[in-house]
Design a protein around this ligand. Structure first.
Ligand code: NAD
Length: 352
């Protein structure tokens, strides 16, 4: 039987395929824009400049200052560049950090955003913006934040380092897993979640084996689009709360934190959300938490929070923060259970 549901679909255009980046000038023109500011992280500046070159007169400059967690100070500098260059849109070329900067600009001046997504984090298809100012992370959701167009070109991900590909792919899976048991899930988000997880489950081992496998890169990017769409449509639960806490308050790297915590969060919620998780249980050998842990280990993913630089003495504080203003979760939030989850994840043990 189809459960009762209400659903808001995010409007956004997606152009997908090998070589799709050649569509960028047409996508800029389609939005009736003529003066694009290209955004990137510092390490991708040369590639961003090449991209701007391909846009010719339709690009007015490159701002290569994007960093993790979208600091407001960086956004303010980018806004100055946007005004100085009299830009009329942004082209965000990169992963969640660059996309976050584009969103932060759009939140302030409603500019059009064209994203060329090069990781699997999924931010490009969500109306969500997380920003940091004075070590405080605030998250908002607004239609203005959603990028107008997204280009997915698997060829641009061939050089994404394997460790980043694995962590980022598990980060994408985490959106879909939590989407499966979201309170506001619907038949479309459930289908997207299962299809997205299936695609990434198949693609990631092939990428580890051969990082320039175009077919596997294509499948992974397809899966990340679906998982990101789930994140943009339905609510997230304990797993995302834990990751936001560890990223926001302890500055842990985004994708790796997701990768480590996912098996533990899933094992924690497995009984309470057994029915909702059924469609993917067999994919990971029946026991979802253990299966995801083994899958992550087989890919060489990071398994222990201590390896990310988190001190054991921080775990009490992390547990306290994680139960403060909790997100809705299928299993009632219990501080002691979360503290012991964090301990196992810190030590790199399989989930309980
Ligand atoms: P990232 O954007 O920080 O990228 C990580 C590194 O990989 C960067 O140095 C980047 O330049 C490099 N890189 C990216 N693509 C590459 C490629 N194809 N080849 C080589 N190098 C490449 O990492 P991320 O995990 O994509 O994004 C993390 C950020 O995104 C966090 O701030 C997180 O909060 C945010 N995020 C937001 C949402 C949302 O919906 N608002 C969703 C997911 C993530």
């Amino acid at each position: 039987m189809i459960e009762t549901f209400a659903l808001t679909l995010n409007p956004g255009r997606v152009v997908f395929g090998r070589g799709a980046v050649s569509q960028l000038p047409a996508e800029v023109a389609r939005l009736r824009c003529k003066r694009a500011l290209v955004l990137s992280t510092p390490s991708r500046k040369a590639d961003a400049e090449r991209l701007a070159g391909q846009l010719g007169e339709a690009a007015v400059g490159v701002f290569a200052g994007a960093t993790m967690h979208t600091p407001v100070s960086v956004t303010e500098r980018a806004l100055v560049a946007y005004e100085d260059e009299r830009a009329d849109c942004v082209v965000s070329f990169g992963g969640g950090s660059t996309i976050g900067l584009g969103k932060a600009i759009a939140w302030r001046n409603d500019t059009s955003q064209i994203v060329i997504a090069t990781t699997y984090a999924g931010s490009e298809v969500t109306p969500i913006l997380g920003e940091t100012e004075e070590s405080l992370k605030t998250t908002r959701r607004d239609p203005r934040i959603l990028p107008e167009a997204v280009i997915y070109d698997p060829d641009l991900t061939l050089g994404l380092p394997v460790d980043m590909s694995v962590s980022s792919g598990l980060n994408a899976m985490a959106h879909a897993v939590e989407g499966l048991y979201a309170q506001d899930r619907n038949p479309i988000s459930t289908w997207q979640a299962v299809e997205g997880i299936r695609a990434l489950k198949q693609a990631l081992p092939c990428i580890v084996e051969n990082p320039v496998d175009g077919e596997a890169r294509s499948l992974a990017l397809y899966g990340s689009w679906l998982c990101g769409t789930v994140l943009g449509t339905v609510g997230m639960a304990l797993h995302h709360k834990l990751c936001h806490t560890l990223g926001g308050s302890f500055d842990l790297p985004h994708a790796a934190t997701h990768a480590i915590l996912l098996p533990h969060s899933v094992a924690h919620n497995a009984s309470a959300a057994a029915e909702a998780l059924k469609p993917i249980a067999n994919l990971f050998g029946g026991s979802l938490g253990g299966g995801l842990h083994d899958f992550a280990a087989s890919l060489g993913a990071p398994l222990a929070l201590r390896d990310l630089g988190l001190a054991e003495s921080d775990l009490d504080c992390a547990a306290d923060l994680a139960v403060r203003n909790p997100y809705w979760n299928p299993r009632p939030i219990d501080r002691d259970a979360i503290r012991s989850l964090l301990q196992r994840a810190w030590e790199g043990k399989p989930p309980q």
